[in-house]
Design a protein around this ligand. Sequence first.
Ligand code: SF4
Length: 211
Amino acid sequence: MNSPFDPECRRCPRLAAFLDAVRHDEPDYHCRPVGPFGDADARLLIVGLAPGKHGANRTGRPFTGDYAGILLYETLHKFGFASGPISTAADDGLELLDARITNSVKCLPPENKPLPLEIKTCNRYLRAELTQSRSARVILALGAIAHAAVLRACDLASGAYRFAHAAEHHLSGGRVLLDSYHCSRYNTQTRRLTTSMFEGVIGRARELIRR
Ligand code: SF4
């Protein structure tokens, strides 16, 4: 059943307790579920993993202040999906252009690792976002967890849609699920994901939208 996003959600006890602890140490941080950023009518919907402790969990906007947001917003800007290349704060004036960004899990998880039950519990919100985003032609999953979360939200069996960087999976309604390695610090610093690889994926999203 679809549920609208609840900015005060505490359905995951471990994550709610963790946010309480982080808020105690960092009282100026957002430390609540981080909702989607961008127009619900956008044709590109980007799905990440979860807020980073000193990034989205601090600023309250997906990938804003996160290391992973550096490459993401630079590349979105390069391909015309963002009004600027840098995302620093929720009130920095940056706008997404025909793009929306959300996460598979809306609350900061310890060690950046949500538990399977937490991913499942939070899927209700991703499911609702996919329903709301009627215009979304391309759903870009950043990483295997986001890929699986999108499939779950669409009631699709994961075995039929294997995650691979730059893989394209055709879903119902003319939608394409496009995969990318997550633009995390680890992946970019180890060059598992290079700038050129990521630009290839965002450029492909642009092509698919134009069709
Ligand atoms: S992760 Fe999702 S379901 Fe769990 S408490 Fe946060 S918003 Fe609620």
